[in-house]
Every structure is written in C-alpha cells, then in structure tokens.
Design a protein around this ligand. Sequence first.
Ligand code: SF4
Length: 449
Amino acid sequence: MNKLDTALVTSALEDAGFGFTDNVKQADVVLINTCSVRQHAEQRVLSQLGHLKHIKESRPDLVVGVIGCMAQRLGDKLLEHEVVNFVCGPTEIPQIKQLITKTLKEKKKSLAVTEKIRRKPSEQQSQALEEFESAYGIKDESIPAQAFVRVMRGCNNFCSYCVVPYVRGPEVSRRPEAIIEQIRKLADHGVKQVTLLGQTVNSYKYKKGEKTWSLADLLEAATDVEGIEWLRFVTSYPSEEFFDDIMQVMAGSPKVCEYLHMPAQSGSDKILLAMNRNYTAAGYLELLDRARAIVTGITIAGDFIVGFPGETEEDFQATVDLAEKARYKNAFIFKYSPRPGTTADKRLQDTVSAEVKQRRNVELLAVQEKISDELSRDLLGKQVQVLVEGLSKKSHVNIDRDENPQLIGRTSGDWIVVFNGPESSAGKFSQVTIESASPLTLFGRLAEL
Ligand code: SF4
C-alpha cells in the first residue's frame, strides 16, 4: 500500500512540474511516507526527522512533509516536531500538491488528517481519492512492466493488535469499471503484471444492480485486458467467503499467478481469539487444503506474530505445528509490539518478555527456513518462467562469460530467481533452468530456446 501511495504521489508531483533528487541536500522538499504497523517503523521515521534537523539548521527553508499512516495516527503531535512543516494522512493524499506549494509559499505549518477516520468517507472525499488514483495510477515505473492497483481502501476487521482500521478508515471497495479501466491504461503503457491490492483483498465486494462483484469477478475481467500477462493479489484474509471462486479463477486462467499470501498470525485458537481473528487453526489449514486441491502447484506464503500477550510455550508450539503443516514457501515473522489505540494495547498486558519473543522468532524462522529449503530444492533442474525485474544486488560482481550482469526475476509462484542475462530483459519474460537453491532464492541460467 505504501509503495503504491509513494508511486501515486510521485506521479502527481511530476505532473505538477516537480523534479526529483536522491540527494537530500539538494532537495527543497522532503516527503517521508510512513507506516504505523510496527513500532520499529515509526522509530525509524523519528530518527530520519532527527537527521533532517541537522540539514535544516543550515537550510531553514527546507520543507518537510510527513505522509501516510503515522501522519494520520499522530496528527498534530507530529506537527509539533520542530522539523515538520506539514502532516498528511493517507485519506487526504489528493491534497498533496496544494500542501507543498502552500508551504513553500507561506512557510506555515499545516495539518491534513481525517478527523472522524472511522466514518464512511463523504461523497466528496471518495471522489477526490478516486480521481487521484485514476489520474496518477498509470506512471509507476519502479519495476519495469509491473504495477499495483488498489481495489479497496481501509479495513473493518479490527484485529486486536492492528492499527490499520484507525488510520486508513473503513473498508470501501472501488468501482470495478474504474479498476478495469486503470488496468487497461496500464497495459497500454506496457505493463504486463498487475498486483491488485487490498488489506483484505479477497473480501472485495461491489454491488452493482443485481450483481455483487467479488475478487473472482474482478480477476476474471482483468484477464480479458489485452497486454496483461500476470495478475496477483495481496493480502488475503482467511475467510470462506468467495474463497473457492477465487481459487477456481486461479486454476482456470494462466494469467492469474498461482500464489496466495494468507497470514495465519498464530496456530493457537486461544491466541487467534484474543487477536480477534475470526477463524481457528484447523479452519485455516482447511482453506490451505482447499487451495491446494483446486490449484495444483500453488505456492502459499504466510505471516506470524510471535509473543502476542498471553502466548504460552504451548500456544507457541501450536504455531510451530501450524507452520509445519502449512508448508509455506516463505513466512514473514514479526515480534509483537503494542500499537497505541488498538484493543490489544488497551486491554492486554504485553506479558511476553523481549528475550522470549526473540527466541520464538528465531525458532519459528528456523522451522520455516527448513521448509523453504525443501520446497526450493524441488525446483532444481526444472525450467521456470520468470518476469524479469532488473539487476540483482550483486549484478556488478557476477558477470558471465558473455559479460551479462546478474538479474533478478520472479516466477508465477513468487519464487525469486537470480540468473545472468542481458539487462534489456528487464520487464520481459525469460525461461530459466534452476541450478541451485537456497531457502529464499533460486539460482539458474537462461534456458536455451
Ligand atoms: S485484517 Fe486485521 S491485520 Fe489486516 S489490516 Fe485489517 S485489522 Fe489489520
């Protein structure tokens, strides 16, 4: 979501005639797009602001804007920071150009956050967001031939640890026509892969006349867009609703990537209940079985939070058990950190010590690494299709005999593949034979065609 917001803001500012620099010392305006999901992310923003303070001492005219979830969460408290000129929450992002130009001219502090964030957005606010999204959602070129398209905003789930519903507002699905039109424009600009985004993307729902559009309908309509070769969607909430329909569309269309990211968060029913996640561990695993039965070869990724308040060794063991049964391609594992304003923070004591959280994190990572390693080895010797993203981090070190640098690409199942090839392959599909594997990365060579 944040990457998409950054891309939209970048396009809007480019359109308004702003230029960009990687060197903060040359900038007239610095924008920090922020995340509030974990404490660590917010701490990093505060240390960035500390760094900017030194620069601002010699250049007092430098404008600093903080945008995103932390801006909405802290509002005027953040504006009090001596370095910050304006604060703009995610639902106020259409005002970004005006905020910058006004601050450059008037040098006054300004606050743009949504006061009653849990209220359904007004007609005017929705229209502004929609227009902003449609106008600037076609220029993101950060990864060649790939783009994100938001299909819904906000969330209504209120998982007890999560700040998202309080900073991004209630769940609102975008009109299917607007989404498909945006995908069409992206395809006209050479985009081959679109990732549909939503906090709980599989709960996308739009009532139009007699018909209620689901994510399955959206995916199906998007597969008809000429030029679009691959479609992905993140993140899925473990829910029965539309689940089989979505899996059927995946199984039926080579354009829908065989990949599901569906966080479990815990394997203990007691902890899942305390997290206000509306499923049990058995129910969750049943969904994975169904996904695998409908889409042969699907790869699945998950998320876990370890050290949630009240998590005992037994609860943690249940999480390890679930990870072993789920057999994820990879899992993102986080140590619980209380987020101010959430139910868990208000009602539950952060009982698990930092050392225990760390130990459980390491233990679960080791379990997952073993599974990832086994699954990646299954691909040894096989030929896979990848969409090439560009140069790998070590492109300059590992040049092959033909002087080709090292590239990075992803398979339909989201495996990362590193291989040598011409840089001009970025944004194109390549066939790669896998020669070696590590838990998270496959290494190969361009297949002879
Ligand atoms: S589903 Fe839960 S974890 Fe995901 S954004 Fe909504 S409240 Fe947060």
